[in-house]
Design a protein. Structure first.
Length: 148
């Protein structure tokens, strides 16, 4: 089903919500570094997963329960300029410009540019923080001028 208001497809988040509630209760009670046991329905098997993995799964379920998508990418991944543009929600030529001017660290593989995930995340976090500061300054200015 198409959700026209949000521009995406709606999906049933109740399985993620239910799993998140169950995992939250397990992680709250079991406050130790011991593995977390997960029962695999239909197989009668129990899988012990490290607590750190269970906590990562908890974050994934929270995102899914909120109706958002999750993509798992190794930290050492490298992105093409198009993938980097998609990640930053900007155009590919803008990413090329950012790399060429040194605002975004990148490197070449043959004639193609690549950007590491760590560099992309750092750039995005810094850009987002800068945008939040600018909005706060504009809001304060508009309140000072009684425009708001």
């Amino acid at each position: 089903m198409k959700d026209l208001q949000n521009g995406g497809t709606t999906r049933d988040t109740s399985p993620a919500e239910e799993a998140l509630l169950r995992l939250n209760s397990v992680l709250e009670v079991k406050d130790s570094p011991a593995p977390v046991d997960i029962f695999v329905q239909g197989t009668e098997q129990i899988i012990a997963i490290p607590r750190e993995i269970a906590e990562t799964l908890q974050k994934v379920l929270a995102i899914e329960a909120a109706g958002k998508s999750v993509r798992v990418v190794p930290e050492e991944s490298e992105f093409t300029t198009q993938q980097a543009a998609d990640f930053l929600n900007v155009s590919r030529p803008h990413v090329v410009k950012l790399i060429d001017e040194g605002s975004l660290p990148g490197y070449k593989v043959g004639s193609h540019r690549r950007v590491s995930l760590a560099d992309l995340q750092k750039y995005k976090n810094e850009r987002d923080a800068s945008q939040r500061r600018a909005v706060a300054e504009l809001t304060a200015l508009s309140e000072d001028l009684e425009l708001y």
